[in-house]
Design a protein around this ligand. Structure first.
Ligand SMILES: [Zn+2]
Length: 348
């Protein structure tokens, strides 16, 4: 009885703290309007695949601890890259995966910026204690709109459209059991099976109008593996990974996270990779997409700044928490209080 009372008191205190912070956060998040038919959305401001490739090559030439590897080719023959910081194979290893869905690009922009940070003094010593693997833009054909199906009804302006699917119209994040597409096969053969990976964050974007607590827009949503086949210790690591991200972002004025309402299918990386390789995984869905056929999915580019920052903070905080071991003592009870997001307006 006593214990119940105390738990309730703590829960009450947490709720009160959250309520006080929410108005500021919701306002900051809401500052970036969705497309709504008149916001500026121009895909020309996003890195092209070629720009990304030459950026990575330049960084690799500049940074002595960074290795750049080609792990395969997309359907249309674009090289798929793996960025590696691996000083000691005995260190714990984290993998960051971006843009399995080609129209979810700000996560890649954030990852590229983080790679630059890794070569500067502000990250000094961090890679002595953690190995970092980054696969940016797993779906370059979708990102470049170089696909075998029409994108005429997509809403963004600019020199190209970006689509979720690979060139053959396949959703790569439903291919993690069969591994039929060259992009997913490269990831599994040359990354997942090739390294002893402890943690993975799979970075995505979701619709613009997801809310929690009634009507508060979120800057993103997170979720651990939700298949019943996941090992309990892998699940605990996933929840701790989420705790690092949540604690870091909820301190930011623009950071406001909900829980993603995800299913148990193992064709999705969050579930399948956790089960197949025993890797603690976290799905992170950022607000709004770079392009889509539905207006309500596409976010005005005024939000790009904080969403790129959200990616950088996510990568930076988790890398540091794994390097100093603090992730292993992370309290995961926030997950029990984290509201599951819903859609503000109906979607198709
Ligand atoms: Zn996605």
């Amino acid at each position: 009885m006593k214990k119940t009372m105390m738990t309730m008191a703590i829960a009450g205190a947490l709720t009160l703290g959250a309520t006080q912070l929410v108005p500021l956060q919701a306002e900051a998040v809401g500052n970036g309007p969705n497309y709504g038919g008149n916001e500026t959305i121009n895909t020309s401001i996003l890195s092209t695949y070629s720009e990304m490739a030459s950026y990575l090559q330049k960084q690799a030439a500049k940074q002595k601890d960074m290795e750049l590897e080609v792990i395969g080719q997309s359907v249309k023959g674009r090289d798929l890259y793996l960025v590696k910081y691996m000083k000691n194979p005995e260190n714990p290893t984290i993998l960051f995966l971006t843009q399995q869905h080609g129209n979810e690009q700000l996560t890649t922009e954030g990852a590229l910026e983080f790679i630059k940070h890794l070569g500067t003094g502000k990250m000094k010593g961090v890679t002595d204690n953690v190995n970092i693997l980054i696969v940016p833009m797993l779906n370059p054909d979708g990102a470049m709109g170089d696909v075998d199906f029409p994108l005429d009804d997509y809403v963004a302006s600019g020199d190209r459209h970006l689509t979720r699917y690979n060139a053959l119209g396949v959703d790569l994040n439903r291919d993690h059991v069969s591994k039929i597409q060259p992009e997913t096969r490269a990831l599994h053969e040359r990354v997942m099976s090739a390294y002893d990976i402890d943690y993975m964050i799979d970075l995505h974007h979701q619709g613009t109008d997801r809310v929690i607590n009634g009507d508060e827009l979120v800057s993103g949503s997170i979720l651990y593996p939700t298949t019943p086949n996941v090992d309990p210790s892998v699940l605990e690591g996933s929840k701790q990974l989420g705790a690092v991200v949540y604690d870091t972002l909820s301190k930011k004025g623009w950071g406001h996270l909900g829980k993603y309402p995800g299913g148990s299918a193992e064709t999705i990386s969050r579930n399948g990779i956790a089960v197949e390789y025993g890797i603690s995984t976290l799905l992170f869905e950022m607000r709004g997409m770079s392009d889509h056929e539905y207006d309500s999915y596409v976010l005005g580019q005024k939000s790009n700044g904080y969403l790129i920052k959200q990616t950088i903070e996510t990568l930076d905080s988790t890398v540091r928490a794994i390097a100093d071991g603090s992730i292993r003592s992370k309290d995961v009870s926030f997950w029990d209080e984290l509201p599951t997001q819903t859609s503000r307006q109906s979607e198709e």
